[in-house]
Design a protein around this ligand. Structure first.
Ligand SMILES: C[S@@+](CC[C@H](N)C(=O)[O-])C[C@H]1O[C@@H](n2cnc3c(N)ncnc32)[C@H](O)[C@@H]1O
Length: 362
């Protein structure tokens, strides 16, 4: 078994000892005998290990009764793709720096940070402004939640869509591609990541983060950093823990189930809230939402057939081209056959939908 799996016998004994992978039987001579289900579990444990998960986290993942082998494979696939995207972008950043050094150009600290920053957005960020812009009704909710804050830090700021115009804003954004697309006159932007904010304790009245926490390597560490540097924290994110969320939104339920694998293993929204003592408020998505995030077109399904709409939402890149093609073809067929309309006839009468989007306010 050890030889097949490429691990030491000691490792297998350790996994057995801590109850992570316990062989179902012993031979007469006392050897551990692994049944097919044990092998499957070992394969999952080793794959999560390779992705850098700790043994305790892995135990929680593989013991989750709601996740079967196929769901684990989907989730693993999503995580590996995410790592691949990061690796590809890191190689590109290293190549750029090597090239610059070979030509005798000294790279700035900001350029060097690119290797570690938001690599996915280095790849997909240039498609972002096509459909991602401020949705005024949601912006109003965020700005209200900021209260009387005069100085505001916007973390994972991107192009700055939700920066309040009437306050003193400082932005933090690790992706150079995103920073470069900030409009002239936008708030000053620092190249840094949420997990390590280069500011003194309590430097700001409030810190906000919009539609970015799910990209952070360590969301809890990032939120604690926001809490450290600001008196008030306002975060807009989605409730990934809620199984109902996947089922509520027809796109992920009927066409893109792979999204479940992408969000699996991320801390649930109530854990995020608890980490900074935040309360949670639902945010309904208006039917004509101006910001083209994943759920925005819930009543305008044809929009998802548009490549520009998809390229501005990272999920479509992260599920991979095969799943994307299958989802788009399926949706196109169902729209022309009337199947989509039949299945979703209740939606047409709604002006706003509850799709698991939340404000965290601390
Ligand atoms: C979906 S965009 C949202 C941008 C902006 N907040 C908005 O609403 O338009 C996500 C942003 O998070 C940034 N990001 C990724 N990892 C991050 C990290 N560890 N810390 C801070 N920002 C990060 C990405 O570079 C990207 O600009």
């Amino acid at each position: 078994m050890a030889e097949l799996a490429g691990v030491s016998v000691r490792t297998l004994h350790h996994y057995d000892g801590i109850g992570l992978v316990q062989p179902s039987a012993r031979t007469g001579a006392g050897y551990r005998a692994y049944a097919a289900a044990d092998v499957e579990r070992l394969r999952e444990v080793l794959a999560y290990r390779r992705l850098g998960f700790g043994l305790r986290e892995i135990a929680d993942l593989v013991d989750d009764p709601t996740t079967d082998a196929v769901a684990h494979l989907r989730r693993l696939r999503g995580l590996v793709l995410e790592q691949r995207d990061r690796a590809v972008a890191t190689v590109a950043a290293i190549d750029r720096e090597l090239e610059a050094r070979a030509m005798g150009i000294r790279t700035t600290p900001e350029e060097q940070l690119k290797v570690f920053g938001a690599q996915l957005y280095e790849t997909i960020g240039s498609d972002y402004p096509a459909t991602r812009r401020t949705e005024p009704r949601i912006a109003e909710r965020v700005w209200d939640a900021l209260g009387d804050a005069r100085t505001v830090l916007n973390v994972g700021a991107g192009t700055g869509s939700y920066e309040p115009p009437d306050r003193d804003v400082t932005a933090v954004e690790p992706s150079a591609v995103m920073r470069a697309q900030r409009p002239g006159g936008a708030a000053p932007c620092v190249a840094a990541s949420a997990e390590n904010l280069p500011f003194e304790d309590r430097s700001f009245d409030a810190a906000m983060a919009f539609s970015t926490v799910h990209h952070w390597h360590d969301p809890i560490a990032g939120l604690r950093e926001m809490r450290r540097v600001a008196r008030r924290v306002v975060v807009f994110t989605h409730d990934a823990s809620d199984v109902g969320w996947r089922h509520r939104f027809w796109l992920t339920r009927d066409y893109l189930p792979e999204v479940a694998g992408l969000v699996a293993g991320r801390p649930p929204v109530d854990r995020l809230a608890a980490a900074i003592g935040a309360r949670l408020e639902p945010v309904l998505i208006p039917w004509d939402c101006a910001d083209g995030f994943l759920e925005a077109y819930w009543r305008r399904p044809e929009a998802y057939l548009d490549e520009h709409v998809r390229r501005a939402v990272s999920v479509w890149t992260r599920v991979g081209p095969e799943a994307e093609r299958r989802a788009v073809d399926g949706l196109r067929d169902d729209l022309s056959s009337g199947r989509w309309a039949e299945r979703n006839r209740d939606l047409v009468a709604l002006d706003a939908a509850e799709l698991g989007l939340r404000l965290l306010i601390a």
